[in-house]
Design a protein. Structure first.
Length: 249
């Protein structure tokens, strides 16, 4: 039976949070925390202006050990957010599917739109779970069926080398700007559990003599909202939204 918890300020704050302190949720033996922020907080009411954001989120099992694997993340972004990729370089997943984090950032340097890190706990037979960490790179991917995409790139070496180059489609959605659906592949043959993500997103680039921003936003109604749905292997679903105030100029 699926177990559902509606939350107002948990992992969704990873992408659009305001800095009122880390969110904390406990459910079904899981502890989830998240915090983040975006700048600037003052935005035009009608026009779009460049923004940058950063955030972190982690998942822990009560009492220690590895939490159930996170299988899918679906994020819906506020209608007052916008992505601009016109003139921005792209990088296909095939270009980095065997690359180390350093190689991926070098090969697709012009397509990097975000950086950070990811952590996981890997359960090995007869041993305590091992914590592994990898640099995270977000790359502007080529369009697929007309949709924008982002490539999520990371790499682990324990218990064996495994490279992740996950394609995340960005769909236009009524009432929101985009929906990003991430199907997380099994880590270490299903023995690994994603436990932490840290990310900074924002890129400025030039096209036809003008500076552009990968992410822009406006403040038409004083609020920026992100809605998230997080599905775990044991059937737990965390579904909810977070609203953060902005100040209209």
């Amino acid at each position: 039976m699926k177990k559902t918890l509606a939350i107002g300020a948990a992992i969704a704050s990873l992408l659009l949070a305001g800095g009122a302190g880390a969110a904390l949720v406990k459910v079904n033996g899981l502890v989830l925390r998240a915090d983040g922020g975006f700048t600037p907080r003052e935005l035009p009411r009608l026009a779009f202006a460049p923004i940058d954001f950063e955030g972190w989120a982690d998942v822990r099992a009560v009492g220690g050990g590895a939490p159930p694997p996170l299988q899918q993340v679906v994020l819906n972004f506020d209608r007052d957010g916008r992505l601009n990729t016109t003139g921005l370089a792209t990088c296909a997943s095939s270009q980095v599917e065997t690359a180390s984090p350093r190689q991926a950032r070098r090969v697709c340097a012009e397509a990097v739109v975000g950086t950070g890190s990811v952590e996981a706990l890997i359960a090995l037979e007869g041993q305590a779970p091992i914590r592994v960490r990898s640099p995270l790179t977000l790359l502007n991917g080529p369009r697929q069926e007309g949709k924008l995409t982002v490539i999520f790139h990371a790499q682990t070496t324990v218990p064996a080398l495994q490279t992740f180059a996950v394609v995340i489609p960005l769909e236009r959605r009524a009432g929101y700007s985009y929906r990003a659906t991430t199907d997380i592949p099994p880590i270490a043959g299903g023995r690994g559990s994603l436990t932490r993500v840290e990310v900074e997103i924002g890129k400025r680039f030039h096209f036809r003599g003008a500076e552009r921003s990968y992410v822009s936003a406006r403040c038409s109604d004083g609020v920026l909202e992100t809605r998230g749905r997080f599905t775990f292997a044991d059937g737990t679903i965390i579904d909810g939204s977070v609203e953060k105030p902005c100040r209209a100029l």
